[in-house]
Each structure stands twice: as C-alpha cells, then as structure tokens.
Ligand binder design. Structure first.
Ligand code: B12
Ligand SMILES: [Zn+2]
Length: 262
C-alpha cells in the first residue's frame, strides 16, 4: 500500500502488501504534534491523490504528454513534492503497467507509451526539483552516493528516482551507467570514496552480478569501504531475500539519512 502523511502530504513509502496500490494515511514523525487536528480535509487529500493517479494513468494509456504535464503542474499547486509524485504515484502506475503487461491486458505499444511518458515526466519533475535544490547535479562532484544498475539490468527509471530522492535529502548522488566491469567499478568506488553504493535489481537472475560486486567492495579497506544497499523490483517483490555483505531495502524511504534539505 502507498502511505502518505495526512498533514504535510509527503509520501512515506510503500508498505506490504506491495501489490495493493491503495492509499493509506499516517502521520509522519515531524507532524506528530498536529495529530489531534485530523479533519475532513485529510480525507479529501486521499481522494485528490487517487484522482491524480487515475488522471496520470489515463494520460499514459493515450500517450498524452500535454495532459501529463498539466497533471504535474496541478499536483505541485496542491503542494505534492516532485519526488513524492514520482515515488507515490508514477512508480505505482508503472507497477500496474507491468502487471497488466504480464496478464496480457496491455499491448507492448501501450507499455512503451507508458515508459516513454514516465521518462518525460521524470525529466520534467527532475528539472523543476533541481532548479530549487542548491547542489543537485546528477553528475555531482565528490558524490556521497554512487548508484549502479545490476549488471544486465535494463530498467533505468528506478535508479533515477532514487538519485532524486537522495538529492532531496541533501546527499550528492551520481548514477554511473552503463555499469562498469567489476575491476573498474571497484576502482571507481575506492577513488571516489562514497558513503553509499546503491544497486538496483529488477529480475532475480541479476543478483549474481551484485553478489560479486558486494563481495569485492567488502574487501576494500575500512576507510574507503561504503555501505552497499540493494533494492529494485526483485527485492521489493521478495524474489531476493539476501545478498552477502549488502543490505536489502524494499523501499528507499526505509533508508535513514540526515535530511537538511527537506
Ligand atoms: C518498463 C519496463 C521495462 C522496460 C525498461 C525500460 C527502461 N529503460 O527503463 C524494458 C522493455 C527494457 C523491460 C525489459 C524487461 N523486463 Co521489464 N518492466 C518494466 C516495467 C513495466 C516498469 C519498470 C519501471 O520503470 N518501474 C518503475 C520504477 C520506479 O520501479 P522500480 O524500478 O521497481 O524502482 C522502484 C523500487 O523498486 C525502488 N528501487 C529501485 N532500485 C532501487 C535500489 C535501491 C538501493 C533501493 C533502496 C530501492 C530501489 O525504488 C523505485 C521507486 O519506488 C516493470 C513493472 C514494474 N513493476 O516495475 C517491468 C518488469 C520489472 N519487467 C519484467 C521483465 C520480466 C522484463 C524482461 C525480462 C522482459 C523480457 N522477457 O525481455 C526484460 C529484462 C530486461 C533486463 N535485462 O533488465 C518483470 C520482472 C519480473 C521478475 N522480476 O521476474 C516486471 C516486474 C514486469 C512484470 N510484472 O512481470 N522492462
Ligand atoms: Zn508529515
């Protein structure tokens, strides 16, 4: 399910059951003091989120970029943050698309049209967000987080959203693509010295390459050894439950980081 804070209206993350894309409201830590002020406007907010979801789905179905742009503008007028729109509305829509594709109720052309629309929405939201962030270049100098796709993983949107989420939290993030070979990757990690290495896996077989990466990173001297975090569809859906020397995260919102920018 998709959990939003009823007060600040920020997306709080996905909670099991992940296949249920219903919206549930909670109160985030910062808003706890206001918890007694709950009223009808918060129910209206849930309805509003559902409306955005439905409008965006319809726009994707018809490949209607102009409508999608209007929906983004509208969402921002309602103070829905760009990164929350991507994580809490657009990513779940892509999940729905994947399920429909699997059940054969969506054509390949429609799936492509959704993917293309999501890519454009991402670009739009990222451009807007980066205008308001002070140090949010995707090619960040001295990155604190390096992001890689698992070798052979061709799904590119997840990593991009994760990078934006980190930037929103004030962390300098850099996506490295295509994923370099093992030696080059380890060399890059030891020369860049990030605090975090994040890796995205979509399909369970892609874990093999990630196991090799984590094993090599753990051999680095402690001073240059980052934490390795692994996520993506194969983790979220429970197809992979452990990778030695790495932490699995079903949802980026489970990552606790200092949050100077939010
Ligand atoms: C679009 C798409 C494609 C496109 C990708 C285009 C592109 N350039 O990105 C193309 C056509 C290339 C493709 C190919 C394939 N795909 Co595909 N694809 C999708 C689809 C519909 C959407 C992907 C997407 O953008 N999702 C939105 C993003 C935001 O979600 P996400 O990647 O999961 O990321 C989120 C979280 O997982 C998390 N996250 C991601 N990475 C990380 C990392 C860390 C560290 C953390 C903490 C969190 C995290 O945060 C993100 C935000 O919430 C999904 C359905 C789905 N449920 O996602 C299927 C899906 C992932 N694909 C699937 C399959 C089977 C394939 C193919 C094998 C199909 C084939 N037979 O060729 C190939 C494999 C290609 C490869 N080698 O990787 C299956 C995977 C099922 C499985 N695991 O067994 C899915 C789930 C569809 C389905 N329901 O069956 N695909
Ligand atoms: Zn809140």
């Amino acid at each position: 399910m998709l959990k939003w804070c009823a007060f600040c209206q920020q997306f709080q993350g996905e909670i099991p059951p992940y296949e249920d894309l219903g919206i549930t409201h909670s109160v985030c830590r910062d808003c706890q003091p206001k918890a007694l002020e709950f009223d009808d406007s918060h129910i209206a907010h849930a309805q509003l989120l559902r409306t955005f979801h439905e409008r965006l789905f319809a726009a994707g179905l018809h490949g209607d970029l102009a409508s999608a742009e209007r929906i983004i503008e509208d969402a921002m007028l309602f103070k829905i943050r760009g990164v929350d729109l991507l994580l809490g509305i657009m990513a779940p829509i892509m999940h729905q698309v994947g399920e429909a594709w699997r059940r054969d109720t969506l054509s390949v052309t429609q799936e492509r049209s959704f993917s293309e629309l999501c890519r454009r929405i991402y670009d739009l939201v990222a451009a807007k967000m980066r205008m308001s962030l002070s140090d949010g270049s995707p090619e960040a100098e001295r990155p604190e987080a390096l992001l890689f796709n698992a070798p052979a993983n061709r799904h590119r949107l997840g990593l991009r959203i994760i990078a934006l989420w980190l930037e929103q939290k004030g962390l300098r993030a850099r996506i490295v693509e295509p994923t370099p070979g093992l030696d080059e990757l380890v060399e890059l990690v030891s020369s860049t010295r990030p605090k975090l290495v994040l890796i995205s896996i979509a399909v369970a077989e892609q874990a093999v390459g990630v196991i090799a990466i984590a094993a090599r990173i753990t051999e680095l001297p402690a001073a240059v050894r980052p934490s390795v975090l692994v996520g993506g569809y194969a983790v979220k859906s429970g197809m992979i439950s452990s990778i030695p020397h790495a932490e699995l995260l079903a949802d980026i919102n489970l990552l606790a980081v200092a949050n100077p920018a939010a």
